[in-house]
Every structure is written in structure tokens, then in C-alpha cells.
Design a protein around this ligand. Structure first.
Ligand SMILES: [Mg+2]
Length: 304
């Protein structure tokens, strides 16, 4: 545990409880493990070379090939709703109606933007969606260990997939569940794939989009999870997963890691309540990677 406690970015409310969870993950090993992670400001950094990194939706806003009308409207929506999403003084219930409204208005302008599917790869290439240091290494390691990764995001699935592919992190063990756009044969946007929008506060394992994933055979025996997110809502990403029932109903262990990217002093207490390990302004995947290694490799050495 020294490796964790000595890391200056790490905060924990209950270090003994965290040690217990890590011990259980190591005992059960990689065969029992699954990883569930958010994308925006979690796999993707929150800042890079002194500049804030946008979200998967911002790719459209920041690109020179997109109409000025779209950019103006998207900036207006962001200015209105982003402070609400991160307001530490508002409850989840108070935020939800605003979030739904934000998504509805954003989807409308995306669909009417006319941005062609063929434009997306170059747009993602030009965008600033830099992954946290060592993200491809994490994904490669988990792929070797045959540990499934769910990238569960309220962001734009098409952009996330391209971003992971372009940065060498889209391995065979990765599934993305997010808001995906469906395109017409000529490449213009047709609709969003699902009628039920995923937003920051309904992103749990009871959402209909997750049904097929959690009922798939490869997940059945995987009763432990490492969850990684950056919004308070991310802490409940695995809630309702049939294979991840916590005691007393089941024997699952879910270790929650939260990246705290902003409002450090005002938000720390809530993050400590929601996540087992809070990483304060850490732009790397060092801690998750070390946890993956210990869970997978210490389990093997403890069996031999
Ligand atoms: Mg996020």
C-alpha cells in the first residue's frame, strides 16, 4: 500500500478499506476482473500543455471545417450548462433536468449540422483529445490478460472510437457504450442510435444500452471491477450490473477510482465519499496501471 499512499496525487477516505478491496482483487485474479471506465476527462486528459482538453462533443466546436452557426450555438449551450454540471452546491436531482435539456439541444444541432461521417477521422486527428499518459499501455496489458474493458460514456461514441483507434488503444477487449450517431449512406447524420440518451446521471448498469453487454457470457464470472471516472455520477456506472452484486446479496468487489480535475477544495469531500481512491489533478494512468498489474500479476505469483 506504500506505493499508493506515497503518491502525492492520491487521496483516500478509508485507506484500510481500500487495502482490503485491493487484497480481494488480487486474491480473485484477472479471471474475475472487469474494468469499466468513463472516457471524457478520464481516459482523455483534462488539460494538456497548459490548455484545457475538450470533450468528445467539443471536436465539432473546435474544428475549422464546421459552420460558424454550429460553433456559436454549441458555445452558448456549454456556457449555460457546464457550470450547472460541476456546481458543487447543486444536488444530483437538481442537475438532471438541465443535463437532459443540454443533451437534447446538443443532439439537435449535431443532427442539423450536416457534418459528414467522412470528415470525422481528420477532425479527431486535429482535435486535442489526448489520452492520459500510459492509457494505451493499460489497454494493451488488460488485453493480454483477457480482461474486458467497458468504455462507458455519455459522450459521442463515434468520436471516442476514432480517438482510441488513432491513439492505439482500441484493442479486442474494448467495448464502447455511448451516444452513437447513425449516418445515411451518403455520410450525412441520420439519427442517434438509441432513443434513450445516456447522460452523466443515468450512466449506470440499469440503462437499457448496457443490457447486452452485461448479459454476455464473457462477463458472467467476472464479479470484481475496477471503475474509473471523473464525474461524481461515474461512481455509479456499475450499479445494477447482475454480475457485480455487492454484499450481502453477492460477493463482488468494486474499486472506484475518481480523477478530480477541477474545483479541488470544494469537491474533494464529495469525491472521497463517492470514490475509494481520488486522484487530484493527475494526468496519468499510473495508479490504475499499477493496480491492474498487481491484480493480474500478484494473483499469478500467489498461486505459484
Ligand atoms: Mg467524464
Amino acid at each position: 500500500m506504500e506505493w499508493l499512499q506515497d503518491n502525492p496525487k492520491v487521496r483516500m477516505r478509508d485507506p484500510a478499506g481500500v487495502a482490503k478491496k485491493i487484497h480481494k482483487l488480487i486474491q480473485d485474479g484477472p479471471q474475475k476482473l472487469q474494468v469499466v471506465t468513463d472516457y471524457d476527462h478520464t481516459l482523455a486528459r483534462s488539460h494538456y500543455q497548459g490548455r484545457p482538453v475538450g470533450t468528445s462533443y467539443c471536436v465539432f466546436e473546435a474544428d475549422e471545417s464546421v459552420s460558424e452557426d454550429y460553433q456559436t450555438e454549441a458555445a452558448r449551450l456549454k456556457k449555460k450548462y457546464l457550470p450547472i454540471e460541476f456546481d458543487p452546491n447543486l444536488s444530483e436531482e437538481e442537475k438532471i433536468p438541465h443535463m437532459i435539456q443540454w443533451y437534447a439541444e446538443s443532439f439537435d444541432i449535431i443532427l442539423s449540422s450536416g457534418i459528414n461521417e467522412n470528415q470525422l477521422p481528420a477532425m479527431v486527428q486535429r482535435a486535442d483529445l489526448h489520452l492520459r499518459c500510459r492509457t494505451p499501455e493499460c489497454f494493451e496489458f488488460l488485453n493480454q490478460q483477457k480482461v474486458p474493458i467497458l468504455v462507458y460514456s455519455a459522450g459521442l461514441g463515434n468520436i471516442i472510437e476514432l480517438s482510441l483507434k488513432q491513439q492505439n488503444a482500441m484493442k479486442g477487449n474494448v467495448t464502447i457504450i455511448a451516444n452513437f450517431l447513425v449516418y445515411k449512406p451518403d455520410g450525412t447524420p441520420l439519427k442517434f442510435a438509441s432513443d434513450s440518451v445516456l447522460h452523466s446521471y443515468n450512466k449506470n448498469a440499469s440503462h437499457p444500452m448496457t443490457r447486452d453487454y452485461y448479459s454476455s457470457e464473457k462477463l458472467q464470472q467476472r464479479n470484481n471491477a475496477i471503475l474509473i471516472g471523473d464525474s461524481l455520477g461515474d461512481a455509479s456506472m456499475t450499479d445494477g450490473a447482475p454480475c457485480l452484486k455487492p454484499p450481502p446479496a453477492g460477493h463482488s468487489t468494486v474499486l472506484r477510482i475518481g480523477f478530480l480535475n477541477r474545483n479541488f477544495d470544494a469537491s474533494l469531500k464529495r469525491y472521497l465519499d463517492a470514490f475509494d481512491i481520488v486522484l487530484v489533478d493527475d494526468q496519468t494512468m499510473d495508479v490504475p496501471l499499477e493496480l491492474f498489474r498487481r491484480t493480474c500479476c500478484d494473483a499469478i505469483s500467489s498461486q505459484t
